[in-house]
Design a protein around this ligand. Structure first.
Ligand code: LLP
Length: 432
């Protein structure tokens, strides 16, 4: 199986985090998001341990909440010693309500409104990751009103194409994010930041893309960013204390995806950083990385109930489930691959091929096409879609006024609801 938190039990049912998914579907109803807390902790520890082995003191990994954001996640991340990255007041507020210390939070986004900036400063956000000169000037002004000197990182575009899909490719010069080195704008904004009264420039940030397997991508971006740090030392006499290399390590959605050794990757990145710092005679910066997907993706699994099977002779077969693009829009958006099983028929031969489709009024509402399934698949069976912990719940919607599924957390053989199922009343909550 693609992750070691999956197995088949004596009843021929799919087990996740050691628990029978068919029983969980019965107990909590479907559609249902499951989250394996022990797997999240394991994934956090891979980063935390690698950081303490390979990077300078004061370096730490932060969790990118956009991958999956609800209160319980922040409690786990905090217990595991990670910081967090937030991109909106909604994410920030979730972190605050979970008791997450905001001094370990980095506030991203390419368009922070004045209200966003005001709220973040009032709640003592650790760092802003500043995307543009307009935003930099606005933060300086609002920080002055609060009589604070606000710590920031500048988001720099290193000009790297990491060979991932276009929507998540963010490190190229032609990007809505950051200031590019190639155009001279990165150098210019650094000069501006250094002069502002209420800004403390604490270093630089870059993020080249998501679902990246090529370890060379991170080494190249470290290389470009360290050269930039050297150039800023030469130009302004400024030595950046922090270098944030962003997130992006890929995960396995299917058996065809490569296994990525994150510890080894981080050791390679650290080797590059040490080499460059020595060569350029610059102090080793504190390193921050902000993984999202690789912390939560394989800790998630979604359960559905089959409603109907449609066999269209000489065309295609459809298996309709009780969720769809509302709880997982990734196939509709990116054509993303997933592995799916009939969870109550794990030992049966897969002699049938079908598209698993959702219940929305839209033909593109597909979870996955051409999935091998047992031909006995029928109404009432449980479908499990694996590796749904990242960018599923966080990208879910109420299209067709479908209520969002609950999240049930699994740990040490126990299960409990950490996000409630939306009700019909929730659906009309804001209607007047
Ligand atoms: N830092 C920044 C600045 C980011 O933009 C992102 C992701 C991350 C960190 C975390 O990257 P990760 O480790 O999760 O790859 N909705 C898309 C993914 C969008 C990623 C956006 N930025 C998907 O479902 O594949």
């Amino acid at each position: 199986m693609i992750c070691n938190n999956l197995s088949v039990n004596e009843k021929g049912h799919l087990a996740f985090a050691g628990q029978d998914t068919v029983e969980l579907a019965k107990e909590y109803k479907t559609p249902l998001y499951l989250i394996d807390e022990d797997r999240i902790r394991y994934n956090c520890r891979v980063y935390v341990n690698a950081f303490s082995k390979y990077f300078s003191n004061g370096s730490y990994p932060i969790y990118a909440g956009k991958a999956n954001c609800f209160k319980r996640i922040y409690e786990i991340i905090k217990e595991e010693g990670m910081g967090c990255d937030v991109v909106s007041l909604g994410e920030m507020y979730t972190a605050i309500k979970a008791g997450f210390p905001l001094e370990k939070a980095f506030f991203h986004s390419n368009n922070k409104t004045d209200d966003d900036i005001d709220f973040a400063i009032e709640h003592k956000i650790g760092h802003f990751v500043v995307d543009s000169k307009d935003e930099l000037l606005a933060i300086n002004e609002i920080a002055a009103k609060h009589c604070v000197k606000q710590k920031i990182l500048l988001r720099i575009t290193p000009g790297i194409d990491p060979h991932t899909y276009e929507a998540v490719n963010t490190g190229k010069v032609d990007s809505k994010f950051g200031s590019a080195i190639q155009t001279g704008q990165a150098q210019e904004i650094t000069g501006v930041a250094l002069k502002l009264e209420n800004i403390v420039l604490d270093g630089f940030h870059c993020h080249v893309g998501s679902q990246v397997f090529d370890s060379d991508t991170f080494i190249r971006s470290a290389d470009i960013m360290l050269r930039f740090i050297r150039d800023m030392k030469e130009k302004y006499g400024y030595v950046a204390p922090i270098l944030n290399l962003g997130g992006g390590y890929g995960v396995r959605y299917t058996e065809n995806d490569p296994v990525i050794d994150i510890d080894k990757n981080i050791s390679l990145v650290s080797g590059k950083i040490n080499e460059m710092c020595e060569k350029y005679a610059i102090d080793l910066p504190k390193i921050v990385m902000e993984p999202g997907r690789s912390i939560v993706a394989d800790a998630g699994l979604t359960l559905y109930t089959v409603g109907s099977i449609k066999r269209i002779p000489e065309y295609k077969n459809y298996v309709s489930i009780d969720g769809g693009m509302t709880d997982n829009p990734r196939y509709a958006l990116y054509g993303s691959t997933y592995t799916a099983f009939v969870a109550n028929k794990m030992n049966e031969e897969k002699d049938f091929c079908a598209s698993i489709v959702g219940r929305c009024c839209e033909s593109g509402d597909i979870i996955q096409e051409n999935v091998p399934l047992p031909s006995t698949v029928q109404r009432g069976d449980t479908i499990a879609v694996l590796t749904t912990g990242a960018y599923n719940y966080s990208m879910s919607s109420n299209y067709n006024r479908l209520p969002k599924p609950p999240i049930v957390a699994l740990s040490n053989g126990e299960s409990r609801v950490v996000v409630k199922r939306e009700t019909l009343e929730d659906i009309i909550r804001n209607d007047i």
